[in-house]
Design a protein around this ligand. Structure first.
Ligand code: CA
Length: 419
């Protein structure tokens, strides 16, 4: 959730897809552990200036091992980029919708209080929760002091990470969160909301009034902190994030783009209509409301008209695909329909349940794809490639409906690689 998050989103849900390299202590790493300890000694005066008392610094950094795997994450360049339809198929699937509706019920009283206090509706708050941490289930396992300490001493962007490292130490010093509970993504986003430590300091709130702002073990604090983040970002409680629209024939795609804002009435004049064919404006928007058109898959895919509230969601993670996932999940939690316009592909994406099914079908054919976790990592993609080749499909390594259906129809599965 950091606007400064390096190389895209270091979210735990994404990280779960990676396999950690086992930590074998090579000579080079032993040297670097010594360098790490020297670096911590050098950082201490700066930490003190930033409000971390010398005794706290000692207490919370003593015995910390550098974690070199975070440096690999920092420099990791994904060669495999998810298409928007794959990204959304995994993030807004039946499971996450059902789980989110259950959360809306379970936390109804808290969410009503949060809505009254911050002006952000329950479905939006719960949708952020669902996308950020799968409702608090996937929050990251990296001890923050080790991860942020390492990033403060080595690699790119040490200045940025030092600010986050000191913020993490201040959180521990205040006793808001116990040291063993302060774990998160490799880059330091932690808790139900996946706030970076500095964002936590600015925006986390103690909603249950126990004197601690606990985004790790307290869902009321987490839900209210998310709402506070959105409110402080400029959330308008009476404004929808936007909605799907239909473009007129010959619409100039150059007019699209989140920053290309025009009054709603102007889009109406240009022939844009609601997806059900009704004329704009609708959904309670004023004709003068400044809105933009998003074409996340180009002019042949679904089109969206978005408001300032979409920008506020975007502020949580600075990616339009991410903001669209949250916005759409919120709509689905309210009972809204899937997008009316299909994505421009003949091979739609897979839900997490379908990804697990695909992994099961691959494993049944003797492929070593590791844990069946619904995350199609490198080993799954290698296996998919082999099966695509065997079946005469394009060997893309991408898990979509085509390869899933082809494997489903082969019953019973035959082992196609040596066990
Ligand atoms: Ca609290």
């Amino acid at each position: 959730m950091s606007p400064l998050a390096p190389t895209g989103r270091p979210r735990a849900a994404v990280l779960a897809a990676f396999v950690l390299v086992a930590g074998c202590a090579t000579h080079a790493q032993a040297q670097t552990q010594a360098q790490f300890e020297q670096c911590l000694v050098r950082l201490q005066p700066a930490a003190q200036k930033a409000g971390v008392e010398a005794a706290s610094f000692r207490q919370f950094t003593q015995g910390t091992q550098a974690d070199f795997t975070v440096l690999e994450k920092l420099d990791y360049q994904p060669e495999f980029k998810l298409a928007i339809w794959d990204y959304l198929a995994g993030l807004v699937d039946d499971e996450r919708i059902a789980d989110g509706r259950a959360m809306l019920q379970r936390h109804a009283a808290t969410l009503q209080q949060v809505a009254a206090a911050y002006g952000v509706d329950p479905a939006t708050v719960v949708a952020v929760w669902g996308v950020e941490s799968n409702y608090g289930r996937i929050t990251g396992k990296y001890p923050l002091v080790s991860a942020l300490g390492t990033l403060s001493c080595f690699g790119r962007r040490q200045d940025y990470f030092r600010g986050e490292f000191f913020a993490a130490l201040r959180i521990l010093q205040r006793g808001d969160i116990a040291p063993e509970r302060l774990t998160g993504s490799w880059a330091g986003a932690f808790g139900h909301t996946q706030f970076m430590p500095a964002t936590y300091e600015r925006l986390a709130v103690d909603f249950d009034g126990d004197g601690r702002r606990d985004l790790v073990d307290n869902s009321a604090d987490a839900l209210a902190s998310t709402a506070n983040f959105l409110r402080r970002g400029g959330w308008q409680s009476d404004l929808p994030w936007g909605f799907e629209v239909r473009l007129p024939p010959g619409f100039d795609p150059a007019l699209a783009g989140r920053k290309n804002k025009r009054p709603l009435a102007e889009w109406a004049e240009r022939g844009i209509v609601a997806v059900d064919g009704q004329k704009l404006p609708n959904s309670g928007l004023a004709a003068g409301e400044r809105t933009a058109i998003l074409l996340p898959a180009g002019p042949r895919g679904p089109a969206f008209l978005v408001t300032r509230n979409f920008d506020v969601i975007y502020g949580y993670n600075a990616a339009e695909s991410y903001a669209l996932a949250i916005a759409h999940l919120a709509d689905r939690l309210r009972g809204g329909a899937p997008f009316a316009t299909p994505w421009p592909t003949d091979d739609p994406g897979l839900s997490r349940a379908e990804r697990r099914e695909l992994q099961t079908l691959l494993a049944a054919r003797g492929h070593d794809i590791g844990e069946i976790d619904g995350a199609l990592g490198e080993r799954s993609r290698t296996a998919i490639k082999l099966e695509q080749t065997r079946l005469g499909q394009e060997a893309s390594g991408r898990g979509g409906q085509k390869i899933l259906n082809a494997l489903r129809s082969e019953q019973p599965p035959q082992a196609t690689v040596a066990q």
